[in-house]
Design a protein around this ligand. Sequence first.
Ligand SMILES: Nc1ncnc2c1ncn2[C@@H]1O[C@H](COP(=O)(O)OP(=O)(O)OP(=O)(O)O)[C@@H](O)[C@H]1O
Ligand SMILES: [Mg+2]
Length: 290
Amino acid sequence: MSSIPTTRTIALMNQKGGVGKSTTAVNLAAGVALRGRRTLLIDLDPQAHASLHLGVGGDLGPTAYDVLVDPTVKLEQATIKARENLWVLPALTDMAGVETELAGDNDRVQRLKHAIEASELKFDFIFIDCPPSLGVLTLNGLVAAREVFIPMQAHFLALQGLSELLKTVKEVGKSANPNLRVTGVVLCVYDGTTSHSREVVAEMDGFFEQSRQNNEPWKSARVYRPAVRRNVKLAEAPSFGKSIFEYDPSCPGSQDYGKLAETLTTEWDNLRERLTAKVTVNAVGDPLTI
Ligand SMILES: Nc1ncnc2c1ncn2[C@@H]1O[C@H](COP(=O)(O)OP(=O)(O)OP(=O)(O)O)[C@@H](O)[C@H]1O
Ligand SMILES: [Mg+2]
């Protein structure tokens, strides 16, 4: 049995609000789908921003809420095809009720993971947009994912928040998902003209470089390039229900998210190639990690 992973599952997480999680989840998902990869965007936020960003809302059938609270509702019943290669498991404001609904259940943070595993649908990429809090919804995202991306803005205060976030991921890893790794920081609303933001980025680069030798869940994390520049088109696109590539394919936001999406697919192809070679040489199979 080959243990080469077939799906790259990434949770976009930051407890701070308004940092660019949903914008990043939607546009990376759209960018990867445009590159021909079967992609699922999971919206775990009662604000439903990711769903609405792609024009998915209104009179929906079952949603992420139903999948989480009722194990008999399958992922395929609630998943909507939004674009070529792009599916959405949408949220509605009723998601806020999941917390109380699942309060007494032992497997409450495993619901999403189980639903993905039980599904017949197969994806190359899954992006999970988490709400800005560490409740049962975000925990479902962190348990279902293999990787965590932290969207953030380049401010000194954000830097402090980063160490808190890394600790949180470590704790979740210990108790509920030992394979969870922080693999990337995505810089959002970036203004490279200030020395302040450049210093913050340099500090993060240095921190992750130093972490390579440790056995922490962020030992292979990096600050992705390019940073996503501040671009008003990214703020406008959601109200038209369009990804940035549909709204304005040549704006800076399209260029930046397009390059990041390209990096994600290339990294994934390279990893799978390396693992294929390794498995061929070593039929027993090494513990395969990212
Ligand atoms: N690069 C950018 N340039 C300009 N505006 C941006 C950029 N990225 C995101 N925005 C805007 O910033 C606001 C916050 O972004 P977003 O909703 O993605 O953050 P979030 O972390 O998902 O927020 P929440 O915590 O509420 O879920 C939105 O209005 C979005 O359109
Ligand atoms: Mg959001």
